[in-house]
Unconditional design. Structure first.
Length: 352
């Protein structure tokens, strides 16, 4: 087994590890220790790294949180000198973009992460993804039996979505989803998420199963405001546009910055795994493999699993393990999403 160029250079000067610093979109820096980049791999993996550096860039399509993606991109570029182009959107829009790429033969995406399992399963059946080859997928800390399927699609993280509130507008706080049915929160004071994907339909299943079978109907009776994404809801909470929300990321970053927000975590908490894979027609196949490998290292998990479910143990930024979240007990399809949209419009139509 041959060590990487990085580790050879370090050995030459008698240092066991190095820290890379990279600026991310927020102006902060991302420090990456070589020890957090996972196993060095063998000589064939070193060839992948060398070719990836020659390719020079990788494009990642994902619905993961924007700040997490920016941090991951900065950390990866600092470690390998390879630029990461992020295309961040919801599943429905990403599927449209990817379908257009397939139909025109102009592939842009190298690595794709989606919370829409039926869509991913269909892509796997049509050989859209290729097996991942990085050594981090064989590391003992990565539970491949849980988080890697057919050596091809893996969990890169699991979004954790929960209830939250603006502490100025709800000074007494919220102890659970049932508190959002309080009369004083009626009339556009609550933010809810539009069912734009199977993952979000699964969230409404979660409410029916873990809170009460009629909870969604009662929530609709509150005449809440609807939003297309969790980040939009978080912004509305932070600004005071709404008083509480049924669906947002854990607002740890906002709290740390002094925003008047707080959140709670139910047991079990709802999660949406991001099924991730390397595109078979990736324009940068080696950089794609290297980036996929990076995502399941400690450095990658500290970034993409921030406030989310991690696929490695002891990730300090994570809210929980990707294995410890509630997921839908039924296999949701695109038809289920269309059907639920109709039901959603019937229940929440006055607030659309």
């Amino acid at each position: 087994m041959r060590v990487t160029k990085l580790r050879r250079a370090l050995a030459g000067i008698g240092i066991a590890a190095v820290t890379f610093a990279a600026a991310c979109g927020s102006g902060d820096t991302v420090d990456v220790s070589s020890a957090d980049l996972g196993p060095s791999g063998d000589s064939s993996w070193q060839e992948v790294i060398d070719k990836a550096k020659q390719e020079g860039s990788v494009t990642y399509y994902s619905g993961q949180a924007t700040d997490n993606l920016q941090t991951a991109a900065a950390a990866f570029e600092s470690a390998y000198g390879i630029k990461v182009d992020i295309v961040r959107d919801n599943d429905a829009n990403l599927q449209t973009k990817l379908a257009a790429e397939e139909s025109t033969g102009k592939q842009v995406a190298d690595v794709v992460a989606s919370a829409a399992k039926p869509w991913v399963d269909e892509r796997v059946a049509h050989d859209y993804f290729v097996p991942v080859t990085g050594p981090a997928f064989s590391a003992p800390e990565f539970d491949a039996a849980k988080f890697l399927h057919d050596d091809t699609v893996f969990y890169s993280s699991a979004a954790v979505l929960t209830y939250a509130w603006n502490t100025d507008r709800v000074p007494g706080g919220v102890s659970g989803y049932k508190d959002l049915l309080a009369p004083e929160l009626a009339g556009g004071k609550i933010g809810v998420i539009l069912p734009v994907s199977t993952a979000i339909v699964g969230f409404y299943d979660y409410l029916d199963e873990t809170v009460s079978p009629d909870y969604v109907e009662k929530l609709a009776a509150q005449r809440p405001r609807t939003y297309s994404g969790a980040q939009a809801i978080a912004q509305a909470l932070t600004s005071g546009e709404i008083a509480a929300a049924v669906y947002t990321l854990p607002l740890t970053t906002e709290k740390e910055k002094g925003a008047p927000v707080d959140f709670g975590l139910s047991s079990p908490v709802f999660g949406a795994p991001f099924y991730t894979g390397v595109a078979a027609k990736a324009p940068h196949p080696n950089a794609a493999q290297l980036f996929a490998n990076f995502l399941v290292t400690k450095a990658g998990q500290n970034a993409v699993a921030n406030r989310a479910g991690a696929v490695l143990p002891d990730i300090p930024t994570a809210s929980t393990s990707a294995d410890g979240i509630w997921t839908s007990t039924r296999t949701l399809t695109a038809d289920d999403t269309v059907a639920f949209r109709g039901e959603f419009e019937r229940l929440f139509g006055a607030s659309q």
